[in-house]
Design a protein around this ligand. Structure first.
Ligand SMILES: [Cu+2]
Length: 229
């Protein structure tokens, strides 16, 4: 029985991976996969990133994209996922303003600010549920309306925490898209962090036993505070 359980757990871990090839802005998706979203190098394998200090944690990218998508400030966004986002864990969104054209910009430096994260709910059996869990999309987020207009990298990540009680066993699934925020405001986004840099392997939101959390709000997502706009 123990052997069978181990097999089932292993099968679930192998089957369940995903990429986020398409950004959706106010209900309208980018026209085809990887046209403004940078093709990630796990496009075929769907493998997550286990080391949050590796260079891959920024955009997991092997190339830039051809296009730039206009995103009005205040928009609601999400991503289409290639598979069900079935693992437990938060979804977070970051933005980084490009110094010029976003098309060839690598997103290096302390330039990233967080605009959204998700939190679980816990039922009376202590089962956690996460927004958009088991859907073929990521959870919604809003581009703060005071975000200054301009070209940005937009980054989504889903952190799969089902094996995260061991070091370097959280799995990061992520994409970066090239966007132009329009109709923005005069906000001063922050705090600004670099990627890699913002995460350590043993951050309490990364190395965590989800099944021993006392309450849903005892989970602390990794990275900086969300910029409220
Ligand atoms: Cu998996």
């Amino acid at each position: 029985m123990k052997f069978l359980t181990a097999l089932l757990v292993a099968a679930a871990a192998v089957d369940a991976h995903y990429t986020f090839p398409r950004l959706v802005v106010n209900g309208v998706a980018e026209e085809k996969d990887w046209s403004v979203t940078r093709r990630t190098k796990n496009d075929q394998t769907k493998q997550g990133i286990e080391n949050p200090t590796s260079a891959d944690i920024r955009c997991y990218s092997s190339q830039t994209a051809a296009g730039v998508m206009k995103v009005p400030a205040g928009s609601t966004i999400h991503y289409i996922s290639t598979q069900q986002v079935n693992h437990p864990g938060p979804t977070q969104y970051y933005l980084a303003k490009a110094p010029g054209s976003v098309k060839n910009w690598d997103g290096s430096g302390a330039v990233w600010f967080k605009i959204a994260t998700t939190y679980p709910t816990m039922d009376k059996n202590k089962q956690l549920t996460w927004p958009a869990q088991n859907l073929y999309i990521t959870a919604n987020a809003t581009i703060p309306s005071s975000t200054p207009s301009g070209e940005y990298l937009l980054r989504v990540e889903h952190i799969a925490l089902h094996m995260a009680s061991q070091p370097n066993k959280a799995q990061f699934y992520l994409s970066c898209s090239q966007v132009e925020i329009t109709g923005g405001g005069n906000g001063t986004p922050g705090p600004l962090v670099s990627l890699p840099g913002a995460y350590k392997s043993n951050d309490p939101g990364i190395q965590v036993n989800l099944y021993s959390l006392a309450s849903a709000d005892s989970y602390k997502p990794p990275g900086p505070a969300v910029w409220q706009g």
